[in-house]
Write a protein that binds this ligand. Structure first.
Ligand code: HEC
Length: 469
């Protein structure tokens, strides 16, 4: 009796397993465009299919344009009909290769199935109203109030000032006498901009918080997007160029630091040593090393070629530094860096240690400059390395201090009143400082006297139209 019951139990159990294997439970989950499909398109397609760069004349930056056709005349997506959707044909691998993404590995099977299922299920749009934005060169953003400005940069010839806007970078004549152009890209927020050493390219780091991180590369003379690279799903910061103009580096909201071949956009450096957002980067004098600073309070040194972490430049003793570090600049001609952050004190460090590390040491520190009110957001050097500049803000008020590097003393404060200042740039002739911040104004000050020379709105304001600012 006992034996036969056991036998029966086995008989019952075994077929159940076999059955479960033959018909795996595939819940026909509703695929969401916004949650599931958009991130795939963003990571693999949008770089080449956006208003500023229309591969095959096909746009993929919003739901409606996915359903349209490009130069082929065939609709990219036909709701309910994957077999009639040209997009599906383009991403379906044949002998392990797919037409799209062009020049890259085919999409993963999971991603491809997600897109197929979404089309099968009717290719519905569930984009929240707040996430719908459609700007391009013909339809630039309009502003009723000036946008917060996070970044400003003089071109190497001193003729142009690039200023971060909302969804765009504005090119202004450096004396403020007129606008030269608007570089409208995908990212809502621009965090950082930097001209290549020869001034031909402008690297732009930004994103749409929680959705997209992006590195844009613009050809300055043509005001054309050379390429756009999606980087993780959060903003990217602190873009910098190697001295030879061959590489660009960025810090990322996913804590990583990345480097790219500037000509091709290919990622050539990745390091995840930080424990919080990496906010700024700079290369060593010969470009062989890269430095990054982060909200985790650390200044990290890497070897570019091997992508390896080399050293913590600052002390890693708890309490030695307070709060995050926002900015780093390299001392012209030396392997030394100026850093600034939450503790308000600009500090000069040498990059390569001359003594073996002892726990808790801060041997690499060369000097502190006098403390500024509030948090420091940006630091810079004059090209002759004589002066250092830092900007800070406290309770909405902005400060820009100029220091004598040799003596470490404060030389002057720029004439105010200023609201919070987030970025500074020095003219190549070291005569003027441009600064931008919370109030959307570009300020030009005389470096020698600290007197204000000029002030102008970074973007054109349209007081009487409905706005999406
Ligand atoms: C590196 C740039 C690049 C990337 C990335 C890219 N494309 Fe393309 N795509 C192009 C170019 C350029 C064309 C024009 C045809 C050609 O040159 O092959 C094109 C054409 C197309 C077309 C045909 C449009 C038409 O009607 O003629 C579709 C559909 C398409 N791409 C879908 C995608 C999808 C889906 C992805 C992402 C999985 C993607 N592409 C990624 C560059 C790119």
């Amino acid at each position: 009796m006992a034996v036969s019951r056991l036998f029966l139990a086995i008989l019952l159990v075994v077929p159940t397993f076999a059955l479960a294997e033959e018909t795996p439970s595939t819940p026909t989950k509703e695929v969401s465009y916004f949650r599931d499909v958009r991130p795939i398109v963003q990571a693999h397609c949008q770089g080449c299919h956006q208003p500023a760069k229309r591969g095959g004349d096909y746009l993929m930056t919003d739901h409606a344009s996915l359903l349209e056709s490009g130069e082929s005349g065939s609709a990219g997506v036909v709701a309910g009909k994957p077999a009639e959707s040209y997009l599906v044909e383009m991403i379906t691998p044949v002998d392990g290769k797919a037409e799209m993404p062009k020049g890259k590995a085919p999409l993963s099977e999971t991603d491809r199935q997600t897109i197929l299922r979404w089309i099968e299920q009717g290719a519905q749009d569930d984009t929240p109203e707040s996430a719908k934005t459609k700007y391009d060169a013909e339809h630039p953003p309009t502003y009723v109030r000036p946008p917060v400005l996070t970044s400003v940069a003089f071109s190497p010839d001193g003729e142009t000032l690039a200023v971060s806007g909302y969804h765009e970078v504005i090119l202004q004549k450096a004396d403020g006498s007129g606008m030269l152009g608007r570089l409208v890209g995908l990212s809502e927020r621009i965090e950082s901009i930097a001209f290549s050493p020869d001034g031909k390219l402008l690297a732009v780091a930004g994103g749409s918080p929680g959705r997209l991180g992006e590195l844009q590369m613009w050809n300055v003379a043509e005001q054309k997007l050379a390429y756009s690279i999606p980087v993780s799903y959060d903003n990217v910061y602190g873009v910098s160029w190697s001295p030879d103009g061959k590489l660009v580096a960025i810090g990322c909201g996913d804590n990583s630091v990345r480097g790219y071949d500037a000509a091709t956009g290919k990622q050539v450096f990745f390091n995840g040593a930080h424990e919080d957002w990496a906010l700024d980067t700079v290369f060593s004098k010969d470009g062989s090393h890269l430095v990054s600073v982060s909200r985790d309070m650390a200044v990290k040194l890497y070897e570019v070629k091997t992508q390896r972490f080399v050293d913590n430049v600052t002390s890693i003793t708890p309490g030695a530094l307070k709060g995050g570090i926002n900015a780093v600049a390299r001392f012209p001609g030396e392997d030394q860096v100026l850093i600034g952050g939450a503790d308000g004190t600009p500090k000069l460090y040498r990059l390569f240690r001359e003594k073996a590390r002892k726990i808790g040491d801060d041997f690499n520190k060369i000097k502190d400059f006098p403390e500024m009110p509030g948090r420091i957001y940006d630091v810079a050097f004059t090209s002759d390395a004589k002066q250092a500049v830092a900007c800070s803000s406290l309770d909405g008020q902005g400060f820009v201090h100029v220091f004598d590097v040799e003596s470490g003393k404060k030389l002057l404060e720029l004439e105010g009143p200023l609201q919070a200042i987030y970025s500074v740039s020095l003219s190549p002739d070291n005569k003027r400082i441009a600064s931008v911040g919370f109030d959307g104004q570009v300020f030009l000050h005389d470096l020698e006297t600290g007197k204000k020379l000029n002030q102008f709105a970074a973007v054109p304001l349209m007081p009487h139209t409905a706005s999406t600012n």
